[in-house]
Design a protein around this ligand. Structure first.
Ligand code: C2E
Ligand code: CA
Ligand code: CA
Ligand code: CA
Length: 274
């Protein structure tokens, strides 16, 4: 029994080591990913109640020759720890603004901002520069923030959000309903858009508890004058329910997967009259 215990411990250590080594290799690869052209941006449309395009969300992609395709859910947290999040965000912002200028209509583009960016300073300047370099009108840029940033005691977050807002961009709360929501902050911050987290969208039977939450969130959003967006819409039944629940905009595989930049034009061409 003793020796089995020892080998068990040994196995555990080996696994821990393997995980740590893997993480270090990923960190090293991510440090070089931008300059090696391995980082790309895909774009997923958001549509109105009739299914017509309104905007696209920029979603970063990393394809490493060594590791293959790595989910942003994996590498964004690493980028936050290693300081890569600033240059990656700058890259995504630049690509998003430039592409938006090339779309045939005045569609908006949304970029995700990691909470970490609010601690490092210079965020507002970076956004301002991306707008100036591309010539994109500020009202066509949406910035998606997670609830966490709104919960911070830190008054600098409030000031930075007000400064961003003063540029003329629109601010969205992403993954709404998953954080420690004090609803009070919805009034305290200069927000425009509320994105209901996709975990609430899965079960759309009208009597299910998720459905009750979606209805409550969307009427709250409407009362506060916010645009309510439902993400993760995969089926017609979900879309029907979400429309009935009062959501304004919709995003999900039902309409399109995140597309490479070049394919956004072809997708838009399906809607010649809108
Ligand atoms: P998110 O901002 O909540 O983005 C939505 C995620 O849901 C995306 O995953 C998208 O591909 C996926 N999705 C879209 N439609 C559907 C659907 O119908 N069903 C399901 N099941 N999923 C759908 P993705 O691209 O893997 O991104 C994951 C997360 O990584 C994002 O979640 C966001 O938090 C983060 N992220 C992505 N790009 C960036 C970025 O440029 N900067 C930062 N800071 N974070 C990013
Ligand atoms: Ca988002
Ligand atoms: Ca989300
Ligand atoms: Ca999310």
């Amino acid at each position: 029994a003793k020796s089995r215990g020892r080998s068990g411990l040994c196995f555990y250590n080996r696994q821990l080591n393997a995980a740590a080594v893997e993480r270090l290799r990923l960190e090293a690869a991510l440090r070089r990913a931008l300059e090696r052209g391995e980082i790309d941006v895909h774009f997923q449309p958001k549509v109105d109640r009739e299914g017509r395009p309104l905007s696209f969300e920029a979603l970063v992609r990393w394809h490493s020759p060594e590791f293959g395709a790595i989910s942003p859910a994996v590498f964004i947290p690493i980028a936050e720890d290693t300081g890569q999040i600033e240059p990656i965000t700058e890259f995504v912002l630049a690509r998003a603004c430039r592409l938006a200028c090339a779309w045939p209509r005045e569609l908006a583009v949304a970029v995700n901002l990691s909470p970490r960016l609010f601690h490092s300073g210079g965020l507002c300047r970076r956004v301002e520069r991306a707008l100036a370099l591309s010539g994109l009108a500020p009202h066509r840029l949406e910035l998606e923030l997670t609830e966490g940033i709104l919960m911070e005691k830190n008054m600098r977050a409030v000031e930075q959000l007000q400064a961003l807002k003063a540029l003329g961009v629109r601010l969205a709360v992403d993954d709404f309903g998953t954080g420690y929501s004090s609803l009070a902050y919805l009034r305290r911050f200069p927000l425009d858009i509320l994105k209901v987290d996709k975990s609430f969208v899965g079960n759309c039977r009208p009597d299910a508890s998720d459905a009750i939450l979606v209805r409550a969130i969307s009427s709250l959003g409407r009362e506060l004058g916010l645009t309510v967006v439902a993400e993760g819409v995969e089926t017609q039944a979900q879309w029907d329910f979400l429309r009935q629940a009062g959501c304004d905009e919709f995003q999900g595989y039902l309409f399109a997967r995140p597309l490479p930049a070049e394919q956004t034009h072809a997708w838009l061409a399906r809607f010649p009259d809108s």
